[in-house]
Design a protein around this ligand. Structure first.
Ligand SMILES: *Cc1c(COP(=O)(O)O)cnc(C)c1O
Length: 490
């Protein structure tokens, strides 16, 4: 199967090339030339398989250059005892019509692990297939979660190095400790004096530095990114939509063939888009509910057809969804409107920060997507309510989705069985979750939450204070390139 750019179908490459390069040369995103389908019979056969076997089955349909054994090896290495639940992505029933899909049992306790535990293996295999003989250095600017998940994913993967910049004072205490104590022989971390934008701009400048690229190439390195527009990050996410559906059938919540809705806390539109691909492959999904926080640019788009990023940026209790440009939306636009219109919309977004789709496209969007948003007080209120009523503890991102689902049901009366996609462990945002439960501020929020919630602190987050700080450095913006240079000279 070939892949091409969302902005030009003539730009065709292999799956390995799409994963190895990340972004298409015209600035578009790689998409598969066709969407493979899964028949009812094939879906039934997946019922008896575990998560790993389902992953090999679904992913192989998009990766015909990879043998089944090769994929099996990659999947087994990615989803093993680095996950603290043998189901990998367990489905927890809340009530007769609602279940939670927990995507945070991996090494960093957030859903980014589902993709970033496997991307390094897909990427290095792809580089071998494309004949690349240089080593790859992954460069990341992070506002918290992605950096740590990428470090864990690339740690000690042969032929790779990874370097992460984060804004000094701009991430939570836990997030910083997770990164500066990172294990691995091929990793580096450095704070940047400035905010996230400064770190991001600095990294983009390094990527755009042709002289630096040439020097590094002579030394046997090239730079790449691990961000969520890479097809190798999206593809593994399709799997858990199938798996959640099948587990729901196995648990007796629905019959095979019944429709199931998904409510997804959304930022960059990667998670929910993977679900949409699953539906297009034949998974019986009714609707996707796109849940946003106060940064509600997607709510407005899905309701009016106007995407407008010219608006205030809100810092919220669900920081991984504080996003005004949802990059993966481009793939949905391509699927609904084709290359030409997608190119126009993206040009408008670039020039004016705004575009509007036609009435026919808006209608198509509304056939499948509903949207809603909620602010921080409503988010915290929801955490408290659900814990009181069901004894189920959720993080701030998941709570945005829970609230949007409650609003949707109240408004539409739609009682279709729904899976809320749960994207982070409540412990990852312990201080806010404690506040939501009306608990006093604690010096040790993790153990305080463990006591209130009646569950242990996840292993990856416990004992962080006792670990050795390996990367205490803080750099000036102007020195970021020199820092990377020094890292790759080691
Ligand atoms: C990244 C992230 C999201 C948003 O996912 P997208 O794929 O960007 O829409 C939601 N919740 C958490 C905890 C995340 O880390």
């Amino acid at each position: 199967m070939k892949y091409f750019s969302t902005r030009n179908e003539k730009l065709r490459v292999s799956a390995a090339e799409a994963i190895a390069t990340g972004l298409a040369p015209d600035g578009g995103l790689f998409v598969p030339e066709s969407i493979p389908t899964v028949s009812g019979e094939e879906l039934r056969a997946l019922l008896s398989m575990d998560y790993r076997a389902r992953a090999v089955n679904i992913m192989s349909r998009f990766l015909d250059e990879f043998t089944a054994e090769e994929l099996r090896g990659i999947v087994d290495a990615a989803y093993g005892d680095n996950f603290d639940d043998p189901a990998v992505a367990p489905l927890r029933k809340l009530d007769d019509s609602t279940a939670y899909l927990e995507l945070w049992h991996g090494p960093t306790c957030a859903f980014k692990d589902m993709a970033l535990q496997i991307l390094p293996l897909l990427l290095t295999a792809s580089l071998r297939k494309t004949g690349e003989d240089r080593g790859v250095c992954i460069l990341v600017a992070t506002s918290g979660d992605t950096g740590k998940a990428a470090l864990e994913g690339f740690r000690d993967v042969d032929g790779t190095r990874i370097f992460v910049f984060y804004p000094d004072g701009g991430v939570s205490r836990i997030q910083r400790l997770q990164m500066v104590t990172q294990a691995g022989q091929n990793v580096g971390v450095c704070a940047v004096r400035g905010n996230f934008d400064d770190a991001q701009t600095g990294v983009k400048r390094i990527f755009g530095d042709a002289d630096f690229a040439k020097t590094l190439s002579e030394r046997g390195w090239f730079l790449s990114s691990a961000n969520s527009i890479n097809w190798g990050r999206l593809l593994p996410q399709i799997v858990y939509y199938f798996s959640a559906y099948l587990d729901h059938v196995k648990q007796g919540g629905i019959e095979l063939g019944d429709r199931l809705n998904f409510c997804v806390p959304t930022g960059n539109f990667g998670n929910i888009l993977a679900g949409y691909y699953a539906k297009r492959m034949g998974l019986p999904v009714g609707r996707f509910l796109c849940a946003s926080n106060a940064n509600n640019v997607l709510t407005e788009f899905l309701e009016t057809g106007v995407y407008n990023k010219n608006r205030p940026f809100h810092t919220t209790a669900s920081p991984s969804m504080d996003i005004l440009v949802s990059s993966n939306l481009e793939r949905l636009l391509y699927l609904l409107t084709g290359e030409e219109k997608t190119r126009d919309y993206m040009a408008k977004l670039n020039a004016e920060g705004r575009y509007a789709v036609g009435a026919d496209t808006l209608e198509k969007l509304k056939e499948t997507f509903s949207a809603g948003f909620c602010d921080d007080p409503a988010t915290l209120d929801t955490i408290g309510k659900v814990f009181q009523e069901h004894g189920y503890l959720m993080d701030t991102h998941t709570a945005v989705a829970a609230k949007v689902l409650a609003d949707y049901r109240a408004k539409t009366g739609d009682r279709t069985n729904t899976v809320v996609v749960s994207t982070a462990s409540p412990f990852k945002f312990a201080a806010d979750v404690l506040r939501a439960l009306d608990q006093p501020a604690a010096d040790e929020p993790l153990s305080a939450l463990a006591a209130v919630g009646g569950m242990p602190v996840p292993k990856p987050l416990s004992g962080l204070d006792e670990r050795t700080v390996r990367f205490p450095e803080v750099a000036e913006k102007a020195d970021m390139r020199a820092v990377v240079d020094g890292f790759l000279a080691k």
